[in-house]
Design a protein. Structure first.
Length: 541
């Protein structure tokens, strides 16, 4: 699985001492410190020698007061605690309103927005993970929070943090992240202990599974934290760790003839699984590697809610998927999840050895193309735009439009569909008999593929120009990039760069690298790129 020498599978060993190192402090934020604990987390910390089948740090206090300040410093401690509680309330609310919806884009139950903050009330791991990613995102957007429209009521106290320098948000983020990593060590100890030698199998295993759900949620948040700036490989290491934990906790299902008919995952694990699938296709594309998830493990995907069959059919009852008017949200989720599975399969096709049997590669390409066509042919009505107008351009030859959908997940899934179609068109196998030919049929086929890819690119850009919610905009970074590769018109290229740069300004997700790569591919000079930046600033003013 780990072909990249920079990826060390031991980093996510299930044994805590291997996973975190002897100090349980992997980030190195405060070297030599075994744990970071403040007054906000005081009531959640158990004695280090205590063993329990309950979720670590979920209940109770501690009897030994050696960790805390003496009585003479209680007043100062209370002031600090009030400030920290205000800060934590601010960050939890920001996560719930701004970042949780990103993670819930493909989840109709909105687990990360609605339930994870509730669990964080009495769970130090989740609370610090939430605070870490919220603080880092605020640092990325220079502390600005967007308010929906103009309201007469002034913001509540918990919505406002005055005079926090940008660097302070990064400092706070690193602090919370380090604490979350330290707390997750106890979860790993509980899980590995319960799975290795449970003294009371039923009770211990149940507790371990509950702990593992919270840990999977936390690792999903860790991955988002690391991916905001894409500066290193840490987010890929979290994906590797997630897969290791998932393999440890998921029973091995080898019998493909007996596929589970209904999902059996808990709500938290299912939400984390689909977040992992989204990160998995991004990691696979960026690093040109196979996905962590096995797309051919049909029992796994059936358990996660899909209706796949061994005969390559996407749905048990395709007509009900297309025409059922009574279960719109459930069907939209199933259809979108099916598209994610198809996209992961496309990534594995791209990463496969180019020297394999050409007939096998052609068969893979044909099957993927057929399945994507079948997926698109059975879209329910929720995948139809409710508003669509021509995008104003200086030239009437442009085919750009603004498109708006009622359900964000439908907009995101359609962008990923067009993304997958472009990738297959750009990596269509060339028959050996035609590889040296310069005949008009071969050239015509290449030109046709280029024209078709451009149509898909325009569809991706049209959804982006409709300015969907931030959750969709965060998901469209790779689709917009690959759409930009297909563009030939300079004005359309400038529009696309504006879209990418605006996403970074509004959400904090890094897009500068992709903009630079596109200008390099287009052979635009640095001066032209600077002029585009000036245009962007003028538009913002």
């Amino acid at each position: 699985m780990f072909d990249d020498p920079a990826m060390d599978p031991a980093w996510f060993d299930i044994e805590p001492d291997v996973f975190f190192g002897p100090l349980g402090h992997s980030c190195g934020f405060i070297p030599g410190a075994p744990n970071i604990v403040d007054d906000v987390d005081k009531t959640d910390v158990k004695q280090s020698t205590e063993t329990s089948t309950e979720t670590p740090m979920s209940f109770g206090g501690i009897s030994d007061s050696n960790l805390w300040a003496p009585e003479a410093q209680m007043h100062t401690s209370a002031i600090i605690t009030d400030e920290r509680e205000h800060e934590m309330a601010y960050l939890i609310r920001h996560f719930t309103e701004a970042i949780g919806p990103w993670m819930d884009l493909f989840d109709q139950d909105k687990h990360f927005s609605n339930l994870v903050p509730l669990k964080a009330l009495r769970d130090a791991l989740l609370r610090n993970a939430i605070a870490a990613v919220a603080a880092k995102q605020l640092g990325r957007v220079k502390g600005t929070k967007s308010y929906v429209g103009v309201q007469s009521q002034k913001p509540s106290t918990m919505e406002v943090m005055h005079d926090v320098p940008v660097n302070d948000w990064y400092y706070k983020a690193a602090n919370y992240y380090d604490k979350a990593i330290a707390f997750s060590r106890l979860y790993l100890q509980s899980i590995s202990g319960a799975l290795s030698s449970p003294p009371s199998p039923d009770m211990q295993l149940t507790a371990a599974l509950a702990n593992s759900d919270d840990l999977l949620v936390a690792v999903s948040i860790f991955s988002l934290y690391e991916s905001l700036d894409n500066l290193d490989m840490s987010w890929l290491q979290h994906l590797a760790g997630f897969k290791t934990l998932l393999n440890t906790l998921t029973p091995d299902q080898q019998d493909q003839s007996s596929l589970p008919s209904n999902p059996t995952l808990t709500v938290g694990r299912r939400a984390s699984f689909w977040n992992f699938a989204r990160a998995d296709y991004q990691a696979a594309y960026i690093n040109n590697q196979r996905t962590f998830l096995n797309t051919e493990d049909l029992p796994l995907w059936r358990t996660s809610g899909l209706q796949l069959s061994a005969s390559s059919s996407l749905y048990d009852k395709p007509l009900e998927i297309k025409n059922d008017p009574h279960h719109c949200r459930e069907i939209a989720e199933t259809v979108s999840h099916t598209l994610l599975w198809l996209l992961l399969r496309v990534m594995n096709y791209l990463a496969s050895d180019r020297d394999t049997d050409p007939s096998n590669r052609q068969a893979q390409w044909t099957q993927l193309t057929t399945q994507l066509t079948d997926w698109h042919n059975h879209l329910p009505p929720t995948f139809q735009p409710v508003a669509q107008i021509r995008y104003p351009m200086s030239t009437r030859t442009s085919h750009l439009t603004e498109v708006f959908f009622t359900m964000p997940v439908c907009a995101a899934a359609l962008q990923l569909y067009h993304f997958a179609r472009i990738l297959l068109l750009l990596h269509k196998p060339i028959q050996s008999s035609d590889s040296h030919a310069a005949s008009s049929p071969v050239l015509d086929a290449l030109l046709a593929s280029s024209a078709e890819a451009l149509k898909h690119a325009h569809r991706i850009i049209g959804i982006a120009l409709g300015r969907p919610p931030p959750a969709v905009r965060v998901e469209m970074l790779l689709p917009l990039f690959i759409a930009g590769v297909c563009l030939e018109d300079d004005e359309e290229r400038r529009v696309l760069l504006e879209l990418l740069r605006a996403i970074e300004m509004d959400t904090g997700c890094e897009t500068a690298g992709r903009c630079q790569e596109l200008t390099r591919r287009w052979e635009w000079s640095m001066l032209a790129g600077q002029q585009d930046n000036n245009v962007m600033v003028d538009m913002a003013m």
